[in-house]
Design a protein around this ligand. Structure first.
Ligand SMILES: NC(=O)C1=CN([C@@H]2O[C@H](COP(=O)(O)OP(=O)(O)OC[C@H]3O[C@@H](n4cnc5c(N)ncnc54)[C@H](OP(=O)(O)O)[C@@H]3O)[C@@H](O)[C@H]2O)C=CC1
Ligand SMILES: Cc1cn([C@H]2C[C@H](O)[C@@H](COP(=O)(O)OP(=O)(O)O[C@H]3O[C@@H](C)C(=O)[C@@H](O)[C@H]3O)O2)c(=O)[nH]c1=O
Ligand SMILES: [Mg+2]
Length: 319
């Protein structure tokens, strides 16, 4: 009897790269996007443990030690942070506890387990007075408590000396979460005129772009290249340019999506200076971050901020 030939591809049993990933801050913009992006990467890990503030309070170092040792991850990803830039000026202790002390403790506990560590930082570690785009080796000189606390967090992770990547990103927004996109849409529904600073330049970066890029890096990373990487959407604009792009893109999609009309039109969004918009925290004038190191070491590139913006607006729910 002839055995029929079956066109079978041999079954490859893949050992996942990580046994257990611990992800913090899952209700935040980047944490939420990472949870979704990782869910599609079953080959990367066997188990993903996602913790919110109620399960892991980063202002409590002993709780961090206990939780990490109970979970025993082999990779920790820490997008949780204190991100209220102006409020940090009057709450420095809490900002430092979450942004500086907690990453150091997480990194120490990771090192005890032989685990790797992924952390996030910000363009606000720079003074913003450079002529030209910042590279990772440029001097840091944060202007705000938030920026100083984030820089102290980077230093705490670096001091532990474990395999770790610190991604400095900027101007994070998305369909999900509290951010500039939602602030502008709310204001544009309430008022005919907006006034937005036009002398701070940087790259709006969508939470989805960040998560996608981090997942690509993780698939390629074996613990080498520890250090800081810029990770932002391509291109640049001002906050005023970003606000007008948001209103313009919303207006394009609005008829088909049955969204409420905006009162503010693009022409009614006035450019102002930083001095016209006083805030408790000073912000860098130049937030432009060069991502060549990320593309050289990991062959990962992020899309242009305008394409990322359109994708986030398309993800807004229809009324
Ligand atoms: N947002 C931005 O524009 C930018 C952010 N970054 C950095 O990127 C990373 C991700 O930021 P993003 O996702 O936008 O931040 P979000 O503010 O959206 O989320 C931060 C998360 O951290 C959590 N958190 C705050 N305090 C604690 C605490 N004591 N214990 C546990 N969790 C806590 C918050 O919990 P809860 O939901 O309960 O409040 C929230 O879920 C951060 O490192 C941030 O510094 C860098 C550049 C720009
Ligand atoms: C609402 C509003 C803001 N602005 C200005 C203030 C500020 O310069 C700029 C952005 O305002 P925001 O308060 O959203 O920005 P801010 O909270 O400083 O955003 C920062 O958050 C932290 C967490 C980061 O790490 C940074 O990369 C950056 O994204 O727009 C106006 O000019 N007009 C307005 O009506
Ligand atoms: Mg803010």
């Amino acid at each position: 009897m002839q055995i029929p030939k079956v066109n079978q591809t041999p079954k490859v049993i893949q050992t996942p790269k990580y046994k257990k990933i611990l992800l913090t801050g899952v209700n935040g913009q980047v944490g939420h996007a990472l949870q979704l992006a990782l869910a599609n990467q079953s080959g990367l890990f066997a188990e993903l443990v996602c913790l919110d503030r109620s399960q892991l309070d980063l202002s409590n170092p002993q709780a961090i030690r206990d939780v990490v040792q109970a979970i025993q991850p082999d990779l920790i990803i820490n997008p949780a942070a204190y991100t209220a830039v102006d409020k940090a000026e009057s709450e420095p202790d809490l900002a430092y506890a979450i942004n500086a002390t907690a990453p150091g403790v997480l990194a120490e506990e990771a090192a005890k387990l032989g685990a790797k560590f992924i952390h996030f930082s910000t363009d606000y570690v720079y003074a913003g007075n450079k002529i030209g785009v910042y590279v990772e080796d440029d001097a840091t000189a944060p202007l705000s408590i938030y920026g100083k606390s984030k820089l102290a967090g980077e230093e705490a992770v670096r001091a532990v000396g474990l395999p770790s990547l610190i991604f400095r990103t900027s101007w994070v927004y998305g369909a999900y979460g509290k951010n500039f996109l939602h602030t502008i849409l709310r204001l544009a529904k309430e008022r005919e005129q907006l006034r937005i600073v036009a002398d701070q330049i940087g790259a709006p970066t969508s939470s989805h772009s960040i998560a996608q890029a981090v997942v690509e890096v993780l698939a390629r990373w074996d613990g080498e290249h520890s250090g800081v990487y810029h990770l932002v959407n391509a291109g640049r604009t001002t906050w005023h340019g970003f606000a007008t792009a948001i209103v313009d893109a919303y207006a394009q999609l609005q008829p088909a999506r049955d969204w409420p009309m905006l009162k503010a039109k693009v022409a009614n969004i006035g450019p102002i200076t930083t001095a016209d918009y006083p805030t408790p925290a000073a912000r860098p004038a130049n937030s432009c971050l060069d991502c060549t190191k990320l593309s050289s070491d990991f062959s990962v590139q992020l899309p242009d901020w305008r394409d990322a913006l359109m994708a986030e607006l398309e993800a807004l729910p229809t009324n």
